[in-house]
Write a protein that binds this ligand. Structure first.
Ligand code: NAP
Ligand code: GCO
Length: 267
């Protein structure tokens, strides 16, 4: 008998899964016996490098496509191509994302818009493109990668917080609108994860000391450390599997306890 956490026979599409959180989630899906891993990225070079990284992990059933998540026409065409070349899309993870750390009063509208387009509009574009087949089959899983900034603000991340707060509500609305089709749409809200996106916040200072934000985050996290992308694997498998069939519209925060904690008092 299959475990309720098994992804046996399922095809999973994780956007922007060349490295970082998306790659970690894809690895966990392969480990949970997903039939095919599908991902997209913005260049042939990125796809080729990622395919060889997947192969190095022993993941051979992987399909990479060049496609920008903000290009609605290209995404619709890609969905057709995936159907023809791989099969149905059982699981979608809207993972691709960017951040621009600029004080809001100095930020150009184009920069604000770029973050909203990739982090909020693209999950709408990609979800809308896969929903019809999920509705027809009356089964599907959509997982949106949210953030601490779906709940909290901080200096310089206005566009990102606006997008990730919106993504939380898009998640709840997809649940509300399509739950009747046995489609579950949930979010994962990662805490501070050591990936290329957060590398500038962990860079050593010229004198070799830790970046002040690095120390700040460790003090703000009850776990006392940055989290590893692989630690998102289990929660992502849960939300993609039958084990979570009654969980819908939920944001599962995987944050080492940040949201529960008022913070350490100064010594
Ligand atoms: P990352 O290391 O920067 O990886 C992001 C991935 O998204 C890259 O593969 C990137 O590809 C891809 N991407 C960006 N824009 C794209 C587009 N328009 N079309 C297709 N692919 C695109 O980031 P990460 O830390 O793994 O983050 C993954 C997701 O988790 C993001 O949504 C992020 O906001 C969210 N998140 C991260 C953290 C954290 O602490 N790291 C915490 C909470 C939430 P390119 O190489 O082409 O840029
Ligand atoms: C930042 C970070 C965060 C994280 C993450 C937190 O500048 O504060 O990049 O926004 O990436 O989204 O959950």
């Amino acid at each position: 008998m299959n475990s309720p956490f098994s992804l046996d026979g399922k095809n999973a599409w994780i956007t922007g899964a060349c490295y970082g959180i998306g790659f970690a989630i894809a690895k966990a899906y392969a480990q949970a016996r997903a039939k095919n891993i599908i991902f997209n990225a913005r260049s042939e070079e990125a796809i080729a490098k990622a395919i060889s990284d997947y192969h190095a992990e022993g993941i051979m059933n992987v399909h990479g496509y060049v496609c920008d998540v903000t290009d609605e026409v290209a995404i619709k065409a890609l969905v057709e191509r995936i159907h023809a070349e791989v099969g149905q899309i059982d699981i979608l993870v809207n993972n691709a994302g960017i951040i621009k750390r600029i004080p809001m009063h100095e930020m150009k509208r184009a920069d604000f818009q770029a973050v909203i387009d990739i982090d909020l509009v693209a999950p709408y574009i990609v979800s809308a493109a896969v929903l019809p087949e999920m509705m027809e089959r009356r089964e599907g899983k959509i997982i949106n990668i949210c953030s601490m900034m779906s709940e909290l603000g901080r200096e310089t991340v206005s566009a990102y917080a606006a997008a990730k707060g919106g993504l939380k509500m898009l998640t709840r609305n997809i649940c509300s609108e399509y739950g009747g089709y046995n489609i579950q749409c949930n979010g994962i809200g990662p805490g501070y994860i050591a990936t290329p996106q957060t590398a500038p916040l962990r860079e050593r200072q010229p004198d070799g000391s830790r970046h002040p934000f690095d120390s700040f985050i460790c003090a703000k996290t009850p776990a006392g450390r940055w989290l590893d992308p692989d630690e998102l694997g289990g929660p992502a498998v849960f939300l993609a599997s039958h084990a979570s069939d009654a969980v819908n519209g939920h944001i599962l925060y995987v944050d080492g306890g940040i949201l529960a904690y008022i913070g350490k008092q100064p010594e």
